[in-house]
Design a protein. Structure first.
Length: 152
């Protein structure tokens, strides 16, 4: 029996869970670390839409929103046959680490191939590193993925 295709990433961030939650759910704040435009409705059934690179839209809908602690949303790419909108699931848990830290735990399931898992793992590592920089007040610099249209 083979292991299911799952992307897992944990990042320790020196910021409180509420700060990270805002950076994950406020469209203007998301753009500080990922994407060129965003429409986010952080409530069950609400839209998750982020133009990640300027040419590729990630789309899904929120399934679970527990303020400052947990987000779960369906996820996929507009125009993708392999990972269409809403075909996978992203779960993010924010676990407080006193005095001012947070363990961000991301799990991405439902990806169809090992290649897709590898590509999404690289993408999440890139963007969660940028999120951590913004969360502690640093500028993450230009996003070298802007303008890219390759498949993840």
């Amino acid at each position: 029996m083979s292991e299911p295709l799952v992307v897992r990433r944990e990042t320790h961030v020196s910021a409180p869970p509420a700060a990270l939650f805002a950076l994950l759910t406020d469209p203007e704040k998301i753009l500080r670390w990922m994407g060129t435009e965003a429409q986010i409705e952080p409530q069950p059934g609400g839209l998750y839409l982020v133009n990640v690179t300027g040419t590729r839209f990630a789309r899904g809908s929120f399934r679970e929103v527990v303020p400052v602690h947990r987000l779960a949303y369906s996820f996929g790419w507009d125009g993708s046959e392999e990972v269409p909108p809403g075909s996978s699931l992203v779960e993010i848990d924010l676990i407080e680490e006193p005095p001012n830290g947070t363990l961000l735990r991301l799990t991405h399931t439902g990806l169809p191939t090992a290649e897709q898992c590898e590509g999404h793992a690289k993408g999440w590592a890139h963007y969660l590193d940028r999120l951590a920089e913004v969360a502690v007040g640093r500028d993450p610099g230009p996003d070298w993925w802007h303008g890219q249209d390759g498949q993840r």
